[in-house]
Design a protein around this ligand. Structure first.
Ligand code: MRU
Length: 343
């Protein structure tokens, strides 16, 4: 797989996901504002990936500061953190990663600014490296849930592209495949931005994992025909009660899975679990531009000019529809998470 995002020669380099699968192009961010723009415009997307990218953005912004005293330097870094945190509201990994960078900064208050700058790069890199490890652990636990010959439905892209590498939901699928299980994947196209059609199929095809693309409204029929054995999706934020915010359409998949007695799993690392948010009702849901709905991928219009559009980017799946949450520590019932992940 191409690296989703990396620190390269004093820049933040990422694969431009808005261009995939047509072109594999790399975007070089030279300022933290470039990083913020890339997150906002979905050039990098997926909860863990935007957390990692924001952390790298904080480190990048810090390098450009001329302040030599801790107090003024820290104030400027915190202002950078605020701007990166304002890019997208739903994925808690973004805020988690920025908070971790802030904690590292505060822990270095007695060090020279030049060495703090280096330590911030190291911390962002540690967040990136840790994310890949977490995904691999999630993969190992989750693979146990998939039997040889089964077909898994996934929604959106919770793969290597949505993380620092390997993926959460797709990490589980990858791990099962690596164990030699002959599995198949059904990928929902995931309107409006088509992360399933553009990214999940591309990623799986790179790894030669059999994948079939369907439109979002086909999942019910396939379930009724017995063609789907389990569903695995990622998450942008998991509330303390086990409710899960994920890409719009996830809730519909979960309802359909329940109606057909098909297990519905969510795969996510601890950085996606937000115990400070009591339930899904308290999770902020991003609303995005109408253009995403009135066009296919920003260019081909499919609706009349001026039509009223509602475009929430995420929905909330209530805990009772979720069979289990696959984490790097094991698989838990949604109601068990708060106890397992208390600090
Ligand atoms: O709008 P996006 O593409 O950032 O939304 C991504 C998703 O909803 C993913 O399913 C989620 O972030 C989990 S990624 C491991």
């Amino acid at each position: 797989m191409v690296p989703t995002v990396e620190w390269k020669d004093g820049t933040v380099c990422l694969v431009d996901q808005s261009r995939l699968p047509g072109a594999v192009e790399f975007l070089t961010c030279r300022t933290y504002q470039d990083v913020a723009g890339a997150i906002r415009q979905l050039k990098v997307r997926g909860a863990p990936a935007i957390g990692v990218t924001a952390a790298l953005g904080v480190a990048l912004g810090a390098q450009s500061l001329g302040e030599t005293e801790y107090a003024s330097f820290a104030k400027a870094v915190l202002a950078i953190c605020d701007q990166l945190a304002a890019t997208r509201p739903t994925a808690v990994n973004l805020f988690w990663a920025i908070e971790r960078m802030k904690r590292r900064l505060a822990s270095l208050r007695d060090c020279p600014v030049s060495s703090i700058k280096q330590s911030l790069i190291a911390e962002a890199q540690a967040i990136l490296d840790e994310d890949v490890l977490l995904c691999k652990r999630i993969g190992r636990y989750g693979a146990e849930l998939i039997r040889d010959g089964q077909t898994v439905l996934t929604h959106c892209n919770a793969g290597a592209l949505a993380t620092a590498g390997y993926g959460t939901a797709l990490g589980v699928i990858r791990a099962a495949w690596e164990q030699g299980k002959k599995i198949r994947v059904i990928a929902d196209e995931t309107r409006p931005v088509l992360q399933g059609a553009r990214l999940t199929t591309w990623e799986l095809m790179q790894d030669h994992i059999p994948v079939t693309l369907i439109t979002d409204n086909m999942a019910g029929t396939l379930m009724r025909q017995g063609k789907i054995h389990l569903c695995i999706v990622g998450a942008d934020r998991i509330a303390a009660n086990g409710d899960v915010a994920n890409k719009i359409g996830t809730y519909s998949v979960a309802v359909l899975a329940k109606a057909h007695s098909i297990p519905f799993y969510v795969a996510a690392p601890y950085s996606t679990i937000d115990l400070k948010t009591e339930s899904g009702a308290n999770i902020p849901i991003e609303e995005r531009s109408s253009v995403e709905v009135t066009t296919i991928h920003g260019s081909h219009p499919v609706a009349p000019d001026g039509v009223t559009v509602y475009n929430p980017a995420f929905d909330v799946t209530p805990a009772e529809l979720i069979t289990g949450i696959i984490t790097e520590r094991g698989v838990y019932k949604p109601g068990e998470l708060a106890e397992q992940f208390q600090a």
